[in-house]
Write a protein that binds this ligand. Sequence first.
Ligand code: CU
Ligand code: CU
Ligand code: CU
Length: 387
Amino acid sequence: GRWNHTEGPTSLLLHVLPVRPAGTADNIFLEVPPGEVASYAFRIPEHHPAGLFWLHPHLHGSVARQVSLGLAAPLVIRGALDAVPDVAAAREHVLRLQDFALDRSGRPIDPGMGALMGGREGTLVTVSGQTQPRYAIEQDGLLRLRLLNASASRFYRLSLEGHAMHIIATDGGSLATPQQVDELLLAPGERRDVLILGSRAGGVYRLMNLPYNRGSAGMMGGPLGTRTAFEIASVGYEGRAASPRQVPQALGEVERLPAARARRAFVLSETMGMVPGRGMGIRFLINGHEFDHARIDDRVRLGDIEEWEYINNTDMDHPMHVHTNAFQRVGADGQAEPAWLDGIVVPARRRERIRIRFTDFVGATVQHCHILDHEDLGMMSTMQVEG
Ligand code: CU
Ligand code: CU
Ligand code: CU
């Protein structure tokens, strides 16, 4: 890939492809000056899982701005999941969810201080560049919607009228069996792959974005997130499947990461500080530090499994995202859930635990909040994977 005709420098991130985080591959430390062209080259490993991945700019300080203006591209990797017969037979669409804050003449609105603190959201929501697109579904057929939240800060709580959604894959690949849900929460950066069964006789059904309160930036404003439900797309019946389809029972093997001896905690907090060009505002910290690319915050060992606890000491949700290696959430029973993630919402004033295994690559990588204004305002840390 190559880009840079933005007005400032940028850098490219392959949103957590497990590829080598160095050189001209997934290297957030590489900077591309304005007007210049950079070519990125990377190898997809043989054992790379099938799934929906994506890429977006990642230059610290400008990430929220560049992504909120639309720089984001899905990247589909094919593999075993795509060969499951009822998955292969489904009609497939990638839904890239983006929101834009525009004035009446269509120019981007510069976010105010409050919008930066909470994370900027726009009122124009697009799905793969369209407003309220309609996707055709066949009666007794299957529709595969591959959902990507490519918005800078907006959370989507999605529900399809009259239909269950069957999740077949999360950020990092396939589930073992489909998980039936009536709604799902998709935080910035996250992906979910869902099957919809055409179980109705006909009609048009709205894919709704439901209200979700993602906390508040304290004195900087009221509740954040979607307050009233609205339609973002719809599904309309057209025709009938040549042969009736069913949601598959089995999708493939997914291991559960075993208990880990190595433990680490990450405390998410806030402090007051200078926001460039805007004066005093909230800065966001991990373990008491703002991001510094020259400092190594954590050293981990290749091949190790670790258990991490995120402790959110703020009044806002933080969707934490780890580069390079996928992880599993640890449930209330202390077991890892068999679903590969690269993002996890740590709700305001709550904790979450994950298990993560460092495979294949040594070198420097990062984790950060995927509310991209928070990342720009400091909520990112470095990690060195040592061989
Ligand atoms: Cu990302
Ligand atoms: Cu955050
Ligand atoms: Cu990132």
